[in-house]
Structure formats: C-alpha cells, structure tokens
Write a protein that binds this ligand. Structure first.
Ligand SMILES: [Zn+2]
Length: 422
C-alpha cells in the first residue's frame, strides 16, 4: 500500500506560486504568505500540530492573521496548541478563525458521542494508531470560529483577495478556498488524491451529487494549482482540470446509476451487484480515483442510504431479525459443522472468498466450546480468507476493518486454547 503514505504525507513541504506552501501532515496544512501576515488553511490533527508548527516556522516568522477550517474533521482542526502558545508568548492578537456554520453542530455531536467516536476511529485508523492511547480523536477542546460562513465569504489581506465557498461532499460543513491572485484552489477533503471518501462504513451520510457540483464550481475557476486535503500538490491547469472533472464524473455516475435503479423498483442487493458489474474502466484505472482510502463499492451504499430507509432487501425476514448466533445454531442442527467447513474450504480454494465467508460464519457463530477442534479450524479458515482479502485490498479503511477482525479472531483462538488447558 505504497500510496497510502502520501495520504498521511508526513513532513514534506511543497512551496509554490511564490507565496504558498503545502505542509504534508495528517491532513495537509496550507499557508499563504502576505506582507501583512499569514492565511492558514487547516491545521492538521493534534498529534501533527508540532510537526506542522516546526515546518511552518522554518518557512516564515510572520504571524497568522486568518485560520480557515476546510471542515470539522479531527485531522484538519485540532493541531492548534503550538500556535496558541506562540501567540501568547509573542503577545500577538488571536487570528480570525473562519469555518462554515455546521462545524459547531459537528463538534457538539462529537462531544455527545465521544466514547463512540473514540472507539470507531480506533477501528478505522487501527494500523496508524495502534495502541497509542494518547492519539486524540474527539473534540473535547476546540479553537472555535470567530467568523461563521453560510454560503460564501471573502476577505483581503496584504493586498490579496481570498474567496471561500461552501459545498457539501464528505461533510455538510465544507469550505474551499479560491485564491484568484495566484489561481490556487485549496480544496480540503473534497479532493484527497484518490477515490472520494464518500461511503465510509463507520460514518454518517455523505453527499455524492453535491460533491460533483462542488467539483464543477471549482472547474469554473480555471485554477493552475490545487492543494488537496490529503496527498501532494496538483500542479498545472491540465492536471487540476483532470482531477476535478474525473471526480465530478465519477460522483455523477454513481449517484445517477443508483437513482435510476431505485426508480426501477430495485432493492439494494440488486443495485449493488449490478453496479459492481458496470464500473467503467476509465474510473477504475484513473490515477486520481485509486481506492486508497475510500472506494467505489462504499459509494454505492452512500447514494442508496441518502434516499432510502434501512429496510434494504425487501425481505420481511429482516424486519425483526433474530440474533445471528441463534440463527447459526439452528443451521448447525440441519447440517453438520464439518459440512459447512468443508464447503467453505472448497469455496476458498476456488477463490470465492466472499461466499466462503458466508458459509464459514454459521460454524464460528453457532459452535460453542464443546466442539473445540472444528471451531478452531473454522476460525483459522476465516483468518486465511480475511488475510487473502487484505492482500488484494488497497482501501485503507477496508484493510483496517479486515485486519481488525483477524486480530480479534486470533485473540479468540488464544482464549479457546487457554480454556482448554485450564
Ligand atoms: Zn481529512
């Protein structure tokens, strides 16, 4: 997974257009130097605050006059501590802090759901965070905006004009910055140098159609540089146009194709599988749509969920479902654990990984410790299937979900063995 390191982009700084810098961190921090001070667009995750501060101060001594949040995610807004300390030390005025109005609701929600977010972000970022308990993933302390933007806002500093626009995409509180003097777009996570993170399985609703429209609004600017929320600077009019148009096209495609099928009366399962078959090669092979973080299958969920309730297969069996462990135990009364195991093994050897998972699950969920040998074999088989899936997977989020389950299953094997020994 070579490309994911550029997504987290630690410590590389790119200077461009005479007065701009992109400091690579998780996420990118962008800086524009004017004679009257700095405009800073995003300030990274708390753990990268010092790195961003050191990089920025190796470039310029000027004070920050404006700090803009592209959106309220923790990797863009929480690295402020070293900057606040510096302000106090130098007796500088606090900068104006600009954000879209929905950021405050977002942070309120994070505070309400702090335990849940800590848990789910540890799942999503498991391979980066590991066991580091100091990794802050919530919004306990925030540096709140002093200027709230609804749709658009512009300001001047050092004789330059800066224009902010609100669009929805990954979040409902996104702002992007247009710097007309040097033809630069600072996009935040509307561009992340890979397939948009639009259908994250852990997170709330995202906005595919609005995302496409945001790309089109950016395209109309004819920018020469695009500084993304993650990944390296995109330079030249052609490349900027390319990343914006292909992203717009992909978002329109997934949105319109799902909507078309919903209007034909199809349920999610059918839509999903049909959509997997029709994903165009021009998206699949495009350098700016690589599934390094988000991915196409998740985007299909995003569109369906935007317009549909949770009853998604049209099967009344799912309306008031029994627990899956109890269902599994019933299956094992009909057919033996060995029969399921052998069949799953066969599917695995044929490369049918997804079906193999469905078939091995009743054994793992339905058996108790009275049949330890077959239970252990089944868990090991599931681990092998998941490990094979991880090997073939490029999406960071998917890989973490699969790997987390491998870790959990290995722990279960140890527990079962300990139980047998005692
Ligand atoms: Zn981000």
């Amino acid at each position: 997974m070579e490309t994911i390191s550029s997504f987290f982009g630690f410590g590389n700084t790119t200077s461009f257009a005479d007065m701009c810098h992109l400091i690579g961190a998780f996420g990118n921090c962008c800086v524009i130097e004017t004679d009257e001070g700095l405009v800073v667009f995003d300030i990274a995750q708390e753990q990268f605050g010092q790195l961003v501060f050191d990089q920025l101060r190796s470039l310029t001594d000027r004070p920050i006059k404006y700090l803009i949040y592209s959106h309220g995610h923790f990797d863009h807004c929480f690295g402020f501590s070293p900057f606040v300390e510096e302000l106090k030390k130098n007796g500088w005025e606090m900068p104006q802090i600009i954000a879209q109005e929905n950021i405050l609701n977002r942070w309120e929600k994070y505070r309400m759901l702090e335990g849940y977010h800590r848990w789910l972000n540890r799942q999503q970022f498991a391979s980066v965070i590991g066991n580091d308990s100091s990794f802050r993933l919530s919004a306990r302390e925030t540096l709140d905006p002093t200027i709230i933007v609804h749709e658009e806002y512009s300001f001047e500093l050092g004789g330059w004009t800066f224009e902010l626009f609100h669009d929805k995409g990954e979040t409902d509180d996104a702002l992007w910055l247009w710097f007309p003097g040097k033809k630069v777009i600072f996009s935040g996570d509307l561009i992340i140098s890979g397939f948009p993170n639009i259908g994250n399985p852990y997170k709330v609703q995202r906005y595919p159609k609005h995302w496409a429209l945001a790309m089109e609004r950016m395209l109309a600017k004819n920018a020469e540089y695009l500084a993304p929320g993650h990944g390296p600077l995109i330079e030249s009019k052609d490349k900027v146009n390319d990343v914006l148009s292909i992203t717009a096209e992909a978002m329109h495609f997934v949105h319109d194709e799902v909507v078309k099928r919903m209007n034909q009366g199809k349920w999610f399962e059918q839509i999903y599988n049909e959509m997997l078959e029709i994903y165009p090669d021009r998206f699949k092979d495009h350098e700016y749509l690589k599934p390094i973080y988000g991915c196409y299958p998740f985007a299909i969920h995003a569109v369906y969920r935007l317009y549909h309730g949770w009853y998604d297969k049209g099967n009344p069996t799912d309306l008031f479902p029994a627990e899956s462990d109890i269902i599994a135990r019933e299956f094992l009364k009909i057919s033996s654990a060995e029969a399921y195991f052998e069949h799953a093994k066969k599917l695995f050897s044929q490369g049918n990984l997804q079906l193999a998972l469905h078939i091995i699950d009743p054994v793992i969920k339905g058996l108790d410790l009275k049949r330890p040998e077959i239970l252990l074999e089944a868990i090991k088989l599931k681990i092998s299937i998941l490990e094979k899936q991880v090997k073939d997977e490029s999406s960071f989020i998917t890989s973490n979900i699969l790997t987390n389950e491998v870790i959990r299953l290995n722990a279960r094997i140890s527990d079962i063995k300990e139980n047998l020994d005692s």
